[in-house]
Design a protein around this ligand. Structure first.
Ligand code: GTP
Ligand code: MG
Length: 198
């Protein structure tokens, strides 16, 4: 897919303030600092579309970017630094949870996992939660440039055997590096296919 245009449209603190849109939306969520904003910049081929930072918790609002006037990337706040919700959902941003459960035109949520770490409790909890919603989701193992291909493969296998095996739904799995651009084409192809199936 060629990216002809990538435009920031709106930031929303909650679902109610998100404008209705006919365009399919693809959202990115994961632990703070996992690389959500960097991946959005990689996919859109824009270095500074989404704000990247070394300070975890940089993205606090839900940020919307319209691509090719045809679909939307949504940068969701990272979990792991948010407060625990009152309804005892997993420990992640309540607005993001509401968005994932109730946004009508949400086509897919990409859950980002740091490929260098053993399965993290908060990721396990989040996946357990999202698998119980009707929302389609896929996984992206990030920062693959920081280790060997074999190490990433082992990490994904370990995650699949220990975490995904427990879920009723089996998500697509991608890996990525915003430094080497690895994974960009596969993720964009998946987005393109998902839009066609709508
Ligand atoms: N080497 C490497 N560094 C990365 C990669 N992706 C992100 N980073 C770095 O990781 C840090 C966090 O990246 P962000 O994209 O801001 O992470 P985020 O998930 O949006 O973080 P929050 O908005 O705080 O939740 C930055 O210093 C990035 O440069 C990657 O693929 N490879
Ligand atoms: Mg961010």
């Amino acid at each position: 897919m060629k990216i002809k245009s990538a435009v920031f449209t709106i930031s929303c603190p909650n679902l109610q303030s998100c404008k209705w849109s006919p365009l399919p939306e693809f959202a990115f969520i994961g632990r703070s600092n996992v690389g959500k904003s960097s991946l959005i910049n990689l996919l859109s081929e824009r270095n500074d579309l989404a704000k990247v930072s070394n300070v975890p918790g940089k993205t606090k609002l839900m940020n919307f970017f319209t691509i090719n006037n045809a679909w939307t990337l949504v940068d969701l706040p990272g979990y792991g630094y948010a407060h625990v919700s009152k309804e005892n959902r997993a420990d992640f941003n309540e607005a993001a949870a509401d968005f994932i459960e109730n946004r009508e035109n949400l086509a897919c949520v990409f859950v980002l996992i740091d490929s260098r770490l053993p399965p993290q409790e908060i990721d396990i909890e989040f996946l357990g939660w999202i698998a119980e919603t009707d929302t389609p989701f896929a996984l992206i193992f990030t920062k693959t440039d920081k280790q060997s291909i074999a190490q990433t493969k082992t990490a994904i296998e370990r995650f699949s055997n220990n975490v995904l095996a427990e879920l009723d739904v089996q998500p697509e799995i991608f890996s990525s590096s915003s430094k080497t651009k690895f994974g960009r084409t596969q993720i964009l192809n998946f987005i393109e296919q998902t839009i066609k199936q709508k």
